[in-house]
Design a protein around this ligand. Structure first.
Ligand code: CTP
Length: 389
């Protein structure tokens, strides 16, 4: 993936400043870039900014002296593995839809034969104009891939649809494009985050799970072509639009949501940290401060994974084991008791592993073997886990 070459076509939308960040992020990921700016775009940001951030050639003029290639627009078009138009203005979209080639950018795109992403950014009325709607539909029908604009505050001091997608989302789309789609046709349920069991209207029992591991698994599974259902307890994390996200709070809701998706699923990956207990009598009123001590009686919650382990049939089920001691022994016991294919053994007391950090260090335990996964990003651990499928 690291040597893929992306042609970035920059047109004159005010969101151009965000595209500098897109360029920076793509360079950090190891992509090679080549950039074309329209003349109007160069009035908003100097080509030197893109040249420096992209560490690449920036072309601006069809007819300038000292060409880099023999027939410039044909050669630039030939060299790219993927093209990104960002920000894509209504004007350039209209030209692309109608085969107009009146500058270096549009001429190159007319000669370009591989896939093009179009990251839309414009005023809401321009976006909703029938002409723009028709042009976008025309391009979609021809196979152009659109990165839709978002709703929010716009530079024209209005609120509505038309904001350029965030740089991180644009980069994710590009990453996803190049990833091998080896999970196409698989429906994968991923659970993530904590559950909450209420004590009274202002207090509850929960745990330290942030959801990072489960969200990484869901995102990577989606990138690899799977149909993903993410069932998540409360979490601040974002997830791609293409993932079916179901929000839950309690253990009961978690179990019911899995139940609804289980029958036609192929894989269940249980990265959630469900509460093991709930209070026997949840108070409807806020419990008042007391001077003396008092007891809260807790009841055991159902082991959700064991329930689905019992009815797994030919599905693949992967659990997690959060342990502070006897990692392998405890994990093997859970693998057996819950009838799992694999358990991801997680020593939560190790530095940079477990709850609330971006990295993890795990052992993949099955009946046959134990695979050691050294410290790496949770997104990389996610891919190791998905390789098991
Ligand atoms: N799990 C579950 N339902 C619960 C508790 C845990 O489905 N009520 C799942 C978790 O999502 C995880 C696996 O079971 O995939 C192991 O969870 P863990 O907290 O490590 O173990 P427990 O079974 O809760 O046992 P203990 O807390 O005693 O270690």
């Amino acid at each position: 993936m690291s040597k893929k070459r992306i042609l970035i076509c920059v047109t004159a939308g005010i969101a151009i400043y965000k595209v500098v960040d897109v360029v920076s992020k793509l360079v950090k990921k190891g992509y090679e870039l080549e950039i074309i700016m329209t003349e109007a775009a160069t009035k908003l940001i100097s080509p030197l900014v893109f040249e420096t951030m992209g560490n690449c050639l920036v072309h601006t003029d069809m007819f300038h002296k000292g060409h880099h290639y023999e027939v410039e627009h044909i050669e630039i078009a030939k060299r790219a593995d993927l093209c990104l138009v960002a920000p894509a203005t209504a004007n350039t979209i209209a030209k692309l839809a109608n085969g107009i080639a009146d500058n270096l950018l549009t001429s190159t795109l007319l000669a370009y034969t591989k896939d093009t992403f179009v990251a839309v950014a414009m005023n809401t009325n321009m976006l909703n104009n029938v002409a723009t709607v028709d042009n976008i539909n025309k391009l979609k029908n021809r196979g152009f891939k659109f990165i839709n604009s978002k709703v929010g505050f716009l530079a024209c001091n209005t609120y509505g649809d038309g904001r350029l997608a965030e740089p991180v989302e644009i980069v994710e789309e590009i990453d996803r494009y190049f990833i091998k789609k080896d999970l196409v046709g698989k429906k994968i349920i991923v659970t993530a985050g904590p559950t909450i069991e209420r004590i009274d209207p202002v207090r509850y029992i929960t745990n330290d799970s942030s959801g990072k591991m489960g969200y990484s698994i869901a995102e990577m599974a989606y990138n690899r072509g799977a149909e993903v259902v993410l069932i998540s307890g409360p979490s601040k994390l974002n997830i791609s639009d293409g993932i079916n996200k179901i929000d839950i709070i309690t253990n009961n809701e978690l179990k019911n949501s899995i139940e609804k998706e289980f029958s036609n699923s192929d894989v269940l990956i249980m990265a959630a940290a469900p509460c093991d207990f709930r209070v026997k009598e949840q108070s409807k009123e806020k419990i008042k401060r007391k001077k003396e001590s008092f007891n809260l009686e807790l009841l055991p919650n159902e082991d959700i994974l064991s329930h689905f382990g019992k009815i797994k049939e030919n599905r693949l089920i992967i659990g997690f084991a959060a342990e502070s001691n006897d990692l392998i022994e405890n994990s093997k016991r859970k693998l057996e008791n819950k009838n799992l294919d694999y358990i991801i053994a997680n020593n939560i007391t190790e530095k940079d592993a477990g709850f609330n950090v971006d990295t993890n260090k795990v052992k993949i335990v099955s009946k046959e073997e134990i695979i050691d996964i050294p410290l790496m990003l949770k997104s990389e651990v996610a891919n190791k886990i998905l390789d098991l499928i």
